[in-house]
Design a binder for this molecule. Structure first.
Ligand code: PMP
Ligand code: GLN
Length: 389
């Protein structure tokens, strides 16, 4: 059998979580919360199921959920009161951000097209581009601050370039794109008639008073964009696999054609429950950054006396640690050793890089990712172990 994705194996998240379980290590590898989804959401979904709302909903999503998402987007990002988002025609509910990414990429990418991604890049982008017959052009973000050099992007654009994928707040580095990044992106996208896939799943987790710069706040840029988010992150329910994509009406029409034949619609009870949560507890979204900033601070403070160098985390629930003072191992070997022998599981960064970029990267960088969406006691226990290295 000839594989369509011959170079792919199991994802690094699956691999490290399995290893964490096998060796009973504290699992700070795969990104998911240790704590539960809010009680309101749990009782809401139980009630919805008991009430018998268990059949298909409209393919694009439950209208009341589309409306709630529209209100949220309007409140968070659309400062111009005259600009009204048409929720019913621009938002599509998907089975996680993963489905939204896959569908947006299938909507856009044609055989031979190039898509620009920034390394370290989340692992879902490239396989989706390849399945569409396109290829990724990888541009490295500059370590240690992981900024994007837009002059490199300009150089990479050619007549095959179709789209640029951005991700802010950024997994795995915890960096944020600023206004100047969005303006540079907008300029290139408009000039070369490109499209944007903006992965904003950590949009409600930004720290130290910094606001998230959403593509939704830039009307001209939004005209050529698919903006993707996930309730799994926002409401601590990664297993519910509920996300959404916001795109202009013409792009949404095409997106929905594919979504219709990938899943038809996403899990109906979760859509009712999340709509009710957004309506009745709007403050949850506003409090999330503070909630995760406190967790970041607990972990950073507890690692202060370690030999790891803690890199700044400005958003997401991830923190990068430079281990060059501790070991010469490469990052995959280091994570295996950390999990098996030390009892803390982390994620290496190298699987987020293209091989060519990695050769240079490896010589210079020794960095792993920890997830701090964990109870404080878990974070303190892990830090105590790491401080002994
Ligand atoms: N994009 C990024 C950057 C992510 O970290 C994740 C979740 N790990 C996803 C997309 C996928 O989100 P979901 O679980 O809603 O499919
Ligand atoms: N996004 C999660 C992470 O970065 C993993 C999701 C998955 O396992 N696919 O850890």
């Amino acid at each position: 059998f000839q594989s369509k994705l011959p170079h792919l194996g199991t994802s690094i998240f699956t691999e490290m979580s399995l290893m964490a379980n096998q060796f009973q290590a504290i699992n700070l590898s795969q990104g998911f919360p240790e704590f539960d989804t809010p009680a309101f959401l749990k009782s809401a979904i139980k009630q919805v199921i008991d009430e018998g709302k268990n059949q298909y909903c409209p393919s694009a999503g439950l209208p009341e959920l589309l409306q709630q998402i529209g209100d949220l987007v309007q409140r968070c990002y659309i400062k111009d009161a005259a600009r009204k988002l048409d929720a019913l025609n621009t938002i599509t509910v998907t089975s996680g951000a993963t489905e939204a990414l896959m569908v947006a990429i299938q909507t856009l990418v044609r055989p031979g097209d190039e898509v620009i991604v920034f390394d370290p890049a989340y692992d879902a982008y490239e396989p989706a581009v390849e399945l569409a017959g396109g290829r990724c052009r990888h541009i490295a973000m500059n370590a240690p601050d992981y900024a994007i050099d837009w002059s490199l992007v300009k150089q990479a654009i050619n007549d095959k370039t179709r789209a640029i994928v951005i991700n802010s707040p950024h997994n795995p580095t915890g960096t944020l794109l600023g206004q100047s990044d969005l303006l540079a992106l907008q300029q290139m996208v408009l000039e070369h008639e490109l499209y944007v896939i903006s992965d904003e799943v950590y949009e409600h987790m930004t720290f130290d008073g910094q606001a998230h710069e959403s593509v939704l706040a830039y009307p001209e840029l939004f005209q050529r964009s698919f903006v993707i988010s996930s309730f799994g992150k926002t409401f601590h329910c990664t297993g519910w696999k509920l996300g959404y994509c916001v795109a202009p009406e013409a792009l949404t029409t095409e997106f929905r054609k594919i979504h219709q034949y990938v899943t038809f619609c996403s899990f109906t009870p979760a859509q009712f429950a999340v709509a009710s949560m957004l309506k009745n507890h709007p403050q949850h979204v506003d409090e999330l950054s503070g909630f995760y900033q406190q967790k970041r601070d607990v972990l950073v403070a507890a690692l202060a006396d370690s030999r790891f160098k803690v890199l700044p985390s400005k958003g997401t629930y991830f923190l990068l640690l430079d281990y060059s003072a501790i070991s010469d191992l490469d990052d995959v070997a280091f994570c295996h050793w950390l999990t098996q022998d030390i009892g803390v599981a982390a994620i290496p960064l190298s699987p987020f890089y293209q091989a060519e970029i990695l050769e240079v990267y490896h010589q210079k960088h020794k960095v792993v990712r920890l997830c701090f969406a964990k109870n404080d006691a878990t974070l303190l226990k892990a830090a105590e172990i790491l401080c002994q290295l």
